[in-house]
Ligand binder design. Structure first.
Ligand code: SF4
Length: 480
């Protein structure tokens, strides 16, 4: 009889702990059947029953196995540690063992890894934050132990926000600098609504297209278990019911002739497809604009005249993001209409870009200024204001999904990338935003206005136009 080797890991997703112990056991020649794995405070895994060959001396492990094991460790299957250890022993005997896809153990591990990756994807897609005091809080119930693995996505995407994600097993809290872990929580610990809940619902209602309704696919992609945490899902049943009623009505109207029924339905659905996208986007954008006009997320709304939101076609292939409205924009309620806006228009024209074809907005939607006599002198927005207003630019981008976004100046770049970006080092070439879309960085037109020396001013304007030409070419290339 073989003595059992009991191994206790610090956490259900303790990959490093598993790797170290598994290596020691393998080198000591402990067969898989003799290793009993458990997590601190958890039940022992008594499934270590597959028998495997005794190990050879110290051995290299393929990188593919390490990557596979990192995923598999996060699965909730209590056998995962033993299965991985069994695979490790096989690799010791044959370093190509992982290539045998017909091997049931290899297939099982791949399935576990796939389930974990799917769960991470669901968490990225279905977490919905609600505002609570000074932070955003979300509740989520993953199927596997993925919260630490999924956290990096939220840190990158919401770097400048303070947020918490609560799960039954573990909570994570981000304060803008570091991640902290806390105990698990229940749904009742998270807020159930916030002032923007209605915007989410308006947005969802307006993008819902009954002509494209495929209930099976929808449930597969967005399983019902996640619905409780997503404000828009309260609309799904009424919208589906409405869509079915409309379809039934269409059929009834044309019931005299089967061909007419088919053609009538097809035409009606085609027409709906043709007209809905524009209407949907417009309604969603208007809902967003309405909420932004009431925004009090930072102090800048107090002295300013009004929110200056973005403008331009909602299907624009380029979205330009400036810093904040200036004195004239604040009064007009439109972005880029002051001196910097006029310079911008002239540069766009030189680059062959029609201003009417692009969407133009700002990272900060209210004018920040210092009063000096009768004048209001522009004042650079602070990190807190950029962070607060990032909420709106994120929503504008999410709605428009422009193929190319352009950060005009450091404030816009900081808002879009969630961190300080050097203009000189990063301008002139495409970069990737956290959502994978393309972003270019260049200077803000107001920078060009402030250059005192004529030669340098001319030089910098030429560089700006060069950047715009490259951006135009790239947008055209992506549109092909
Ligand atoms: S600057 Fe942005 S975050 Fe601040 S109040 Fe205005 S719209 Fe809201």
């Amino acid at each position: 009889m073989i003595d059992a080797h009991r191994v206790t890991l610090a956490a259900p997703d303790d990959f490093d702990g598993w790797r170290d112990k598994a290596r020691d056991l393998a080198e000591a020649g402990v067969p898989a059947s003799a290793a009993v794995w458990q997590v601190v405070g958890g039940e022992a895994d008594l499934f270590a029953s597959e028998s495997h060959q005794p190990p050879a001396p110290s051995f290299p492990v393929p990188r593919a196995f390490v990557e596979l094991a990192r995923d598999v460790i996060c699965h909730s299957d209590p056998e995962r540690f033993a299965l991985l250890y069994g695979m490790l022993l096989r690799l010791k005997a044959n370093r190509h063992a992982l290539d045998d896809e017909a091997d049931p153990l290899v297939r099982r591990l791949q399935d576990l890894a796939k389930a974990v990756r799917r769960d991470i994807h669901k968490m990225h897609a279905f977490v919905r934050f609600r505002e609570l005091d000074d932070r955003f809080v979300a509740f989520f119930e993953p199927e596997h132990h993925i919260i630490r693995r999924a956290a990096a996505f939220f840190v990158n995407r919401f770097t400048n926000m303070r947020w918490s994600i609560l799960t039954p097993e573990l909570s994570i809290h981000w304060d803008g600098r570091a991640l902290r872990e806390g105990p698990g929580a229940t749904r009742s610990d998270a807020p159930s609504g916030d002032p923007l809940e209605e915007t989410w619902r308006t947005y969802y209602a307006s993008i819902f297209n009954p002509a494209r309704l495929k209930l099976g696919a929808m449930l597969k992609e967005m399983p019902k278990k996640y619905w409780r945490n997503m404000p828009e899902t309260s609309l799904v049943q009424p919208l589906i019911a409405g869509a079915q009623a409309r379809e039934a009505e269409m059929i009834q109207r044309s019931s005299a002739d089967a061909t007419v029924v088919r053609d009538g339905l097809k035409h009606a659905l085609d027409a709906e497809r043709a007209i809905e996208p524009g209407g949907n986007f417009r309604a969603s954008w208007e809902a967003l604009l309405k909420d932004a006009r009431k925004c009090t997320r930072c102090e800048l709304y107090k002295p300013a005249t009004q929110t200056v939101f973005g403008e331009g076609p909602l299907d624009a292939s380029i979205m330009f993001v400036g810093e904040q409205p200036g004195d004239q924009e604040d009064i007009a309620g439109r972005p880029f209409v002051g001196p910097a806006g006029q310079l911008f228009d002239a540069a766009l024209e030189k680059a062959g870009i029609d201003r009417a074809s692009v969407y133009v907005t700002n990272a900060v939607k209210h004018f920040k200024f210092v009063p000096r006599g009768k004048k209001r002198i522009h004042s650079k927005p602070g990190a807190g204001e950029i962070e607060a207003c990032r909420w709106w630019i994120e929503h504008e981008r999410e709605l428009l999904r422009p193929p190319v976004t352009v950060a005009l100046g450091a404030t816009a770049a900081q808002s879009l990338f969630g961190k300080t970006m050097a203009i000189g080092k990063n301008r002139g070439a495409p970069m990737k935003l956290a959502d994978g879309s393309e972003c270019w960085i260049t200077v803000h037109p107001s920078f060009l206005l402030r250059i005192p020396e004529e030669d340098r001013r001319r030089e910098e304007r030429a560089l700006f136009i060069r950047d715009l030409k490259r951006i135009k070419a790239r947008a055209e290339e992506l549109a092909r």
